[in-house]
Design a protein around this ligand. Sequence first.
Ligand SMILES: [Zn+2]
Length: 427
Amino acid sequence: MHDTVESLLAFLNASPTPFHATANLARMFEDAGFTPLDERSPWALEAGQAYYSTRTDASIVAFRLGKDLPERGLRLVGAHTDSPCLKVKPCPDLSRQGYSLLGVETYGGVLLNPWFDRDLSIAGRVSGVDAEGQLQARLINFDRAIATIPSLAIHLNRTANENKTVNPQQEMNALLDMERDQNFRDLLLEQVAEEHADAPLAEVLDFNLCFYDMQAPALTGLNRAFLSSARLDNLLSCFLGAQALIHSDTTETAVLLCNDHEEVGSRSDAGAQGTLLNDCLARLVPDSAARHQTLRHSMMLSVDNAHGVHPNYSDKHDGNHGPKLNAGPVIKFDADQGYATNSDTAAFVRWLARQGEPIPLQSFVMRADMRCGSTIGPITATNSGIRTVDIGNAQFAMHSIRETAGVQDVTHMTNLLSRFYGVAQVP
Ligand SMILES: [Zn+2]
């Protein structure tokens, strides 16, 4: 348990972007003996073996291949690699009042206020050409506080504590340096050379870069009951899914799918609305009738964090549906199908939690007078036809630059996912 939490904190810290998260997940699978597969090549698959494949460097599918898929189906766990953040604009260089700043773009539903006055770094993927003129991409991570977004002093905005609204176009340009001549692309070229001394780029053509907070993930609370970090939504689920798959000794077909772009609607080649899962299933079960049969024997646990009831804002939850941190995985319901859970799939999870040492479970439904969010569950269910249940660990401050979850829930969710991968038959 202690080791898992330590590894989780290290994973969160080393994964400031979906690209880094995917590379780190791939490394975990590689170290555990999973064979990498390239979508551009034929796949020679063997029952009893384990594999993984990435797409766009920001999404990953990993699986243990069992036998007799049309009769036994898949046990699929889904999560997402992306988190709301600030990104560097394509032409970011700004010069104002003797300072160099970078223009930022928001990605997903960012909670903006917590981004002020943080020690920010930048990481992501840089694309360009090498000395031979070949197109190449490199991951970079400045890994030091190279930028900050200073807030306006309260003396200059006396109503800041009553009504602080944020205009990201005007108020969130990131302070990089005193005025400088070098443009941002040249800075990137230097950073690529520093991190990839044996494979530098000759020219930067484009980039996909996220700002992130330098504050490291930590155990928090008087008795370390909590863990606080950026990107718990949803790297927590990616990590726990990967741990469960790696340590599972199941003979069934067990799959982990981590998509990019959930926070912006999942519409992309790497998102849950894309073809990654179905393309992969077509390789596992090439015959379409047999694949159809496989899907009807399959089940998906879509794992994405849930809103824990906040002790200072408890009226934001329904009185009977206020999940607590450290009290077990949350089954998420929405009559309008913002979550894919239905009474059958929820019953399956409740049954699963009782097979062996009981795993505590909680239920969440939004207040009837508030709008529900959504996640990859309904999208993957729509796209693939697999029965799905949306679950997740409770957390505070979803989409903030620093989120908080429960340490005990790491064990509860890992146990649930491990049990799911090993279950002999999906009803
Ligand atoms: Zn999420």
